[in-house]
Write a protein that binds this ligand. Structure first.
Ligand code: GLC
Length: 442
């Protein structure tokens, strides 16, 4: 590693030290006080470079939240009176599958678990690696089985999501678009008309700490809350949820991550002499086909998420279109088209790539959360895919830009893709962890 990055490496490690809470790491002090699913996976990828035991603990701590049906929740709530509101909002114990001894949410998040497990495995000597894989394999398989059994009811190889938070890119245009199209409950309608949405500020942790213009509106926050209310009324039971709700999306990013995770599941199984359940192999095979054939729009040369009920593509451009590069599923022509978008100044070729929404698109907003800024984790995912496909020039440019952003401004949550201005939470764990991983390449 280049000497000039030694200080940066120390800064990143310090962020992860400050955000450690016993066996796990919070995403950021204050704003995110719990353990989050895909955050912990990214964090473990960084930790694996210098503290393998802590990386293992991060993952094992995540697995304590697994439901009896295999679901991994996106949040495991911290104790303490100050967190009561979060625990009460979810009421996960309405489901018989929720753990007894602590509180979790009732929804999941992108399945980065297998990637984190393998990143740790790679750092271990052979015998220890086998032991590590043996320890986590049952939980990993249970999670992937749950995803397909519960969330792919029509056996299409595409998993459906039921809340924007499940996709990880919370307010990305396709989800906000669908949320707005879906019915607005009467009470939110009234709140909107009477401008009483300001009251929502009392309950919002984000806008108390981050400029409100960077986050979703109060009305959107109430719509998110309404989805939770409806899900918890159904006791988090997918059959009753799907029997009424028409709000379900086959999300592109999530499904690409799942396909890549399946490759890792096969690697893990092979190294410990297990057969991957046929259900998983079969659905992954269907999933690859579904992404390249059904989520591809030849006219715009882009991939999109799909509405589960209508099977219509949600043609709202976002960074998700590049995620098939991470999964390694796009065919030659599709890959060429995606590379064209990466190089295009109207799309993803900004001074600090990659913006989370193409810059010339109407939704683009320079500092609004997932509607424009560049994030270190989406950069990591796409550069990782490009690198594996031998597109090292493109991947190196993304790594380099990400490192520069953090070296200049610190481990912020996101940055303007045009100017590099830092925004969101400071000392954000996955920015630190993934920069540690990127620095270990250079
Ligand atoms: C935000 C992000 C989500 C992340 C969480 C904790 O909600 O959108 O992806 O997991 O913060 O960092």
């Amino acid at each position: 590693m280049d000497d000039k990055y030694a200080t940066l490496l120390e800064t990143c490690k310090q962020v992860l030290a400050d955000n450690q809470r016993g066996n796990y790491t919070v995403p950021a002090e204050g704003l995110y006080p719990h353990q989050w699913l895909w955050d912990s996976c990214f964090i473990a990828i960084g930790l694996a470079h210098y503290d393998i035991e802590r990386a293992k603990k991060e993952i094992l701590s995540l697995l304590r939240g697994q439901w009896a049906n295999g679901m991994l929740p996106n949040m495991i709530f911290a104790d303490g009176d100050q967190n009561k509101q979060d625990r009460n909002m979810w009421q996960s114990k309405r489901s018989a599958f929720a753990p007894d001894s602590f509180y979790t949410s009732g929804i999941t998040q992108p399945p980065m678990l297998a990637e984190a497990i393998v990143s740790i495995g790679k750092k271990l000597p052979k015998e220890e690696r086998r032991q590590w894989y043996q320890t986590v394999y049952p939980a990993l398989i249970a999670y992937h089985e749950w995803l397909y059994i519960e969330r792919d009811p029509h056996e299409e190889g595409l998993v459906l999501l039921i809340h924007p938070w499940e996709c990880g890119l919370d307010n990305t245009p396709p989800w906000i678009h669908q949320l707005r199209q879906h019915h607005t409950p009467w009470w939110v309608g009234i709140v909107e008309k009477t401008h009483l949405d300001i009251v929502a500020n009392i309950f919002r942790r984000d806008t108390a700490r981050i400029p409100p213009g960077q986050r979703i509106s109060n009305i959107e926050a109430l719509l998110y809350y309404d989805v939770i209310r409806r899900l918890r009324r159904k006791r988090w039971d997918i059959d009753s949820i799907l029997s009424r709700s028409h709000f379900a999306i086959q999300d592109l990013t999530f499904n690409c991550i799942l396909l890549r995770a399946h490759d890792h599941v096969r690697t893990i199984a092979r190294s410990i002499g297990h057969e991957v359940p046929e259900l998983l192999n079969e659905r992954a095979r269907l999933g690859r086909h579904a992404i390249t054939e059904k989520l591809w729009d030849a006219f715009s040369g882009q991939f999109y998420s799909r509405n589960f009920v209508t099977h219509k593509l949600i043609k709202e451009p976002s960074i998700a279109t590049l995620m098939p590069l991470y999964a390694g599923v796009s065919n030659e022509a599709q890959t060429a088209s995606l590379l064209g978008l990466i190089k295009s100044h109207d799309n993803f070729a900004t001074a600090f790539p990659l913006p989370t929404v193409p810059v010339s698109y109407s939704w683009y907003s320079e500092l609004k959360y997932w509607q424009g800024p560049t994030w270190i984790n989406t950069n990591w995912l796409i550069a990782n895919g490009l690198e594996r496909q031998g597109l090292s020039e493109q991947s190196a440019a993304i790594y380099e830009s990400s490192i520069k952003l953090v070296a200049t401004s610190g481990c912020f949550e996101y940055f303007s893709a045009k100017t590099g201005e830092p925004a969101g939470a400071k000392n954000f764990s996955w920015s630190a962890a993934l920069i540690i991983d990127m620095l270990n390449k250079s």
